[in-house]
Write a protein of this length. Structure first.
Length: 370
C-alpha cells in the first residue's frame, strides 16, 4: 500500500520514522513518500521536502514567509495527487497540515492524523474542521481523548511515542561519553535552546548568562541537527561551555539538570528524569497575540499532563538571568530533586506505556484493508 506522510520538524521526523518502521511490520510492501527529515529518509521511501526548508516560527515569521508557505502547500497538493496514496498521514504541524487535509478529504483521499494539533490550547473551534477533514485521529496525550469526546469525536489514544523512542535506545556509557566529548567529572547542566534559529536566538543568550554563577557544574549545549555549530558560536562568546550536536538524548542521559525551551523537549527531559526549568520567549508581537488566544494555565507538556505545576515555567519577561539563577539553584537541591523524581514517575504512568507507533500502525493498516 502507498503512504503519504507529512511531518514538519525534528520531533515529527522522529515520530514519523518510528511510525514508518511499525507500518513496515504490518505491511512489508509499504511504499512511502513523505515530507520529513533524515530519520524518516533512513527508513526508506522518497523524501519530498526536508523540514529544514520550512522551519517558520511565530505569527510574524509566518506572515513574512507567507508566499513561500502558500507555494509549498500548492506543491504538496499536486504531489499527493500524482502519487495517489492509499492514505495520507499528517503528523502534528497543524498550520500546514490542516490546509492540506481540507483539500485531501474533498478530493477523496483517506486522511489520518497522528499527534493531534493542540486545539485544546487555543481555537477549539478547529475541532469541527478536524472532524470534517480527518477520518481517524491518533492522539498521544491522555487528556486529549476526553477533550475530543466533548465534541462527539471518537479518537484513538495510542500512548506517547517518546516512551518507545527512549526505551529503544542503547544505554549510554557515561564515562565513555565524557571522554569522547572532552567533558570533565563535574555534574552536567544541559542547555536545550530549541531547534529553530528564532528560538535559539531568543533563548540561548539568557541561558548562558548563568554559567559563571555555577562553577561546580559544566554546561553543555544540545545542538539541533538542523543547525550548524557556527550559528551557536555567536551567542557563546567567551563562556566556558561545551557544544554537542545531534546528541540530545545522550546528553540528557548523563545530565544533572537542564534549562529547556518549551516544547517536546520538556517531556523528553522529564522522561529521562532530569530536573528542569522550562523557558520560553517569543517575538513580542507573537507573544501578545498568543496570550490572547491560548487558554491554558501552563505551557509545558509536563505540567499540562499532570494538570499542576511540576516544573517551573519562566515565560517572556520572567525569563531573565535573575529568575533563571534562582530556579536552577532550586532544582540542584536534593530535596527538590527527590520530589521531582516522584512527579516524573507519576507522569510516565499517565502516558500509558510503550507501543504508540505499533498501536497507530495496526489501526492505520487495518482500516485501509477494511
Amino acid at each position: 500500500m502507498k503512504y503519504y506522510i507529512v511531518a514538519g520538524e525534528a520531533s515529527g521526523d522522529l515520530h514519523g520514522s518510528n511510525l514508518m518502521k511499525a507500518i513496515v511490520k504490518e505491511d512489508s510492501e509499504a511504499d512511502f513518500r513523505f515530507w520529513g527529515g533524515d530519520l524518516m529518509q533512513a527508513v526508506g521511501g522518497r523524501l519530498v521536502m526536508h523540514y529544514k526548508e520550512r522551519a517558520f516560527m511565530g505569527f510574524t515569521e509566518i506572515i513574512m514567509n507567507l508566499r513561500k508557505i502558500l507555494g509549498m502547500i500548492s506543491f504538496c497538493k499536486k504531489d499527493i495527487a500524482k502519487f495517489q496514496p492509499d492514505v495520507i498521514i499528517f503528523i502534528d504541524n497543524s498550520g500546514f497540515n490542516l490546509r492540506i487535509a481540507k483539500w485531501a478529504k474533498a478530493a477523496g483521499f483517506r486522511t489520518n492524523y497522528y499527534i493531534s494539533p493542540q486545539v485544546w490550547a487555543s481555537r477549539a473551534s478547529r475541532v469541527h474542521k478536524i472532524k470534517r477533514d480527518i477520518d481517524d485521529m491518533f492522539v498521544i496525550l491522555p487528556f486529549e481523548k476526553e477533550f475530543y469526546k466533548k465534541y462527539d469525536y471518537d479518537v484513538h489514544f495510542v500512548g506517547h511515542p517518546l516512551l518507545d523512542a527512549i526505551a529503544d535506545r542503547d544505554p549510554v556509557d557515561g564515562k565513555a561519553f565524557r571522554n569522547e566529548h572532552n567533558l570533565d567529572n563535574r555534574p552536567i547542566i544541559a542547555l536545550l535552546p530549541g531547534s529553530r534559529k528564532q528560538e535559539i536566538t531568543k533563548m540561548l543568550s539568557v541561558m548562558l548568562s548563568v554559567v559563571d554563577d555555577f562553577p561546580a557544574y559544566q554546561f553543555v549545549i544540545a545542538g539541533a541537527p538542523s543547525q550548524e555549530k557556527s550559528f551557536y558560536d555567536q551567542f557563546v562568546g567567551g563562556k566556558s561551555v561545551h557544544f554537542i550536536s545531534n546528541k540530545t538524548y545522550d546528553i540528557l542521559s548523563v545530565a544533572n539538570a537542564a534549562l529547556v525551551t518549551s516544547g517536546t523537549a520538556t517531556l523528553e527531559t522529564a522522561l529521562y528524569k532530569v530536573p528542569q526549568v522550562v523557558c520560553y520567549k517569543a517575538n513580542n508581537i507573537s507573544y501578545q497575540i498568543a496570550k490572547r488566544i491560548i487558554t491554558l494555565d501552563y505551557i509545558s507538556l509536563v505540567n499540562l499532563i499532570m494538570d499542576r505545576e511540576v516544573v517551573k515555567e519562566l515565560i517572556q519577561h520572567d525569563f531573565n538571568t535573575k529568575n533563571l539563577k534562582k530556579e536552577l539553584t532550586k532544582i540542584l537541591d536534593e530535596t527538590e530533586r527527590a520530589k521531582l523524581f516522584m512527579d516524573y514517575f507519576e507522569l510516565e504512568q499517565k502516558l500509558g506505556g510503550k507501543g504508540a507507533s505499533r498501536n497507530a500502525a495496526k489501526l492505520i493498516c487495518g482500516a485501509i484493508r477494511k
